[in-house]
Design a binder for this molecule. Structure first.
Ligand code: BDR
Ligand code: CA
Length: 313
């Protein structure tokens, strides 16, 4: 089975790895990329998405989207993690294509309406574009095949605050709308992605297998790896965004649970994702009133990291 997908992204080193998978995997039909601020400004995200497609020799529509969160003040992009250019500050070739004139949200709405019940939205950045698409045309809730989101954390704790994962923290108001919209949704959060480490040996295989694109992935990986070494003491990096595609194509490598999600939108726990398992009673009902979704609670990190390298080698 082939999966037609729209990839919503803020590339970003780990986004770039995932985009390479989306561009190369024979069971993914990449209908387009939609870009958001997050790891970088949205203009940089758009540039990088266009560049990655170009290096893969693919003409993929790229539609630019959210430049800032829906409500909260925007934080500066994390240049110490992804580099100021989002790709580890390595020199980049010129881009010879342009983005769509349509907005990201309009692109999502149009594409889902053109192919009802076929399209999976895979979102690996802050969720403003999906929130805007929902506002533009709420009927897409019943027309998407699925929504897979890299973001959040159930038991793992946060990576940008003690409790919040970066994509949720960057736009908690958008996340709250998207995670509770009532569409068939799976959250692939830090409980899964922190189990995975893309090692230098994996990247050496990817570099060898992907030509010019491989050299870009390896160069940006070197910068990202330094960050992981300093902050988590691991030799390698967590391929967060590739895990969303791994879930779509290799779901047997993940442990999931069904239940209700809510997102804290302000205060000290801003961006935290709260999960109430289906059928579990709490002192009040308020955590169990949102639509049922699936969340990843565990993952076979070694197998997923090997899968990423196998796909790109
Ligand atoms: C997520 O935050 C971003 O920095 C990464 O690209 C990934 O999408 C991990 O928390
Ligand atoms: Ca990302």
């Amino acid at each position: 089975m082939t999966h037609p997908i729209i990839f919503d992204t803020d590339p970003g080193v780990d986004d770039a790895q995932a985009i390479a998978i989306a561009l190369r995997h024979p069971k993914l039909e990449l209908l387009g990329m939609t870009t958001t601020y997050g790891n970088v400004d949205v203009e940089v995200a758009t540039h990088n998405a266009l560049l990655l497609a170009q290096l893969a020799g693919r003409e993929i529509p790229v539609a630019q989207g959210a430049a800032a969160p829906l409500v909260k003040r925007r934080h500066a992009p994390p240049a110490h993690i992804h580099g100021a250019n989002g790709l580890g500050d390595i020199p980049l070739p010129a881009v010879n294509r342009q983005a769509e004139s349509r907005s990201a949200a309009q692109f999502i709405v149009d594409t889902v309406n053109e192919r009802p019940a076929e399209v999976t939205l895979v979102a690996v950045g802050p969720l403003g574009n999906l929130a805007a698409a929902l506002q533009l045309d709420p009927t897409i809730i019943d027309k998407v095949k699925g929504v897979v989101i890299m973001g959040g954390s159930i038991h793992e704790g946060g990576n940008v605050t003690p409790v919040a994962e970066a994509n949720m923290f960057n736009d908690p108001d958008a996340a709250a709308r998207v995670l509770t919209a009532g569409w068939p949704l799976t959250l692939v959060g830090l409980d899964a992605t922190h189990r995975c480490v893309l090692r230098p040996s994996h990247m050496a295989r990817i570099e060898a297998g992907q030509g010019e694109l491989g050299r870009l992935l390896a160069g940006s990986y070197a910068f990202y790896r330094d960050f992981y070494h300093e902050f988590l003491g691991i030799d390698g990096c967590c391929p967060h965004d590739s895990c969303a595609l791994a879930w779509l194509l290799q779901p047997e490598l993940f442990t999931t649970a069904r239940g209700h999600l809510s997102v804290v939108t302000d205060g000290a726990a801003e961006g935290q994702t709260l999960f109430a398992p289906e059928g579990r009673g709490f002192i009040e009902e308020r955590w169990s009133t949102t639509p049922l979704v699936d969340v990843c609670l565990e993952a076979d990190g070694q197998a997923i990291s090997d899968w990423i390298a196998d796909v790109l080698a």
